[in-house]
Design a protein around this ligand. Structure first.
Ligand code: MG
Length: 312
């Protein structure tokens, strides 16, 4: 099951894709008056139910109630979806709960391509490199990435798998970590490399407007086997730049969820971006940064393609 947020007749509608992915069933159709007004809202309600029952979302009849209702609704041929070609696909969660929790340097080949200020390769991190990415408005597939030429001259792309937290918690043990995931989506962690390098903290170079693009959908957790081993890639104007598999993480999702939640409560709806593999623009000599009119496609197996154009 793939969860989306679309714009249809000027209205923002959260919903679920039909199995042929050519239509969307809105929560309004599925739930009527009780419909959650956003995908974030559905995830939060579900997470709360799961917590009340101290059960995991996937197996909890209470936590899973709305998911089961959706499943029944979309499998009934009497119910007709809105054709997707009448909609614009937005980011699944256009306005997140708080900053995206990001990992830097989480693939060996990406660590190797990044040189420190002294020109030498950076060491492989012994603990996860965390940073926050501010995104009060996340753009979706088809959205335009701005270059902010007055502020930066080195805008780069980074394909990443994002885990969407479905059930909050603190001190989550690694062996329970997957039970806290609602689903998975794709992020392009667009980055201003000069700003990233100029500041001790990454937040500045990562948080320019339109630099967080996500989607096209959140793939529900039950469609992905554990451990999560998904092919991911990124191409710019048809040229493949990045290609890897999430099995190559330095710190895997159970470790990250367990580690980050030590003393910090994760909340339903939190977004954890798991880092990018080698092949970013900065890694080439000379660097291949994004230019006006470029088309960037981030792909992750099973989830889909997230494409964006750079402003003309
Ligand atoms: Mg990144």
């Amino acid at each position: 099951m793939k969860f989306v947020t679309v714009k249809h007749r000027e209205k923002e509608l959260p919903g679920v894709l039909s199995s042929d992915e050519e239509g969307v069933y809105s929560f309004e159709e599925i739930f009527g008056k009780e419909a959650p007004n956003s995908l974030l809202n559905l995830i939060q309600q579900n997470g709360k139910n799961a917590e009340v029952n101290s059960e995991i979302i996937k197996d909890s009849p209470m936590g899973n109630q709305s998911i089961e209702k959706i499943r029944r609704f979309i499998s009934d041929p009497e119910n007709i979806p809105i054709p997707l070609d009448q909609c614009d696909i937005l980011a699944p969660i256009p306005r997140p709960l708080r900053n995206v929790i990001c990992l830097g340097m989480n693939y060996q080949d990406h660590v190797k391509e990044l040189k420190g200020a002294d020109g030498k390769p950076r060491p492989v991190p012994e603990v996860p490199v965390y940073f926050g990415k501010m995104a009060s408005e996340i753009i979706g597939t088809g959205g335009i990435i701005e270059l902010h030429e007055e502020t930066t001259n080195s805008v780069d792309y980074e394909v990443e798998l994002v885990a969407v937290i479905g059930k909050g918690g603190r001190n989550i043990p690694a062996e329970k970590a997957y039970d806290h995931i609602f689903g998975y989506t794709i992020m392009n962690d667009v980055t201003a490399r000069d700003l990233q390098g100029r500041h001790q903290q990454f937040i500045r170079g990562k948080s320019l407007d339109t630099f967080t693009t996500m989607g096209p959908a959140i793939l529900y957790v039950d469609a992905v086997d554990e451990p999560v081993e998904l092919d991911l890639s990124c191409e710019v104007n048809g040229e493949e730049r990045q290609s890897s598999n999430t099995r190559n993480f330095i710190f895997d999702l159970p470790y990250v969820i367990s580690d980050f939640s030590k003393g910090t409560t994760l909340q339903a709806g939190d977004l954890i971006a798991t880092g990018t593999p080698g092949g970013v623009g900065k890694g080439f000599t000379p660097p291949k940064y994004l230019k006006r009119g470029d088309k960037v496609i981030c792909k992750i197996e099973k989830i889909g393609n997230l494409w964006n154009k750079v402003e003309e």
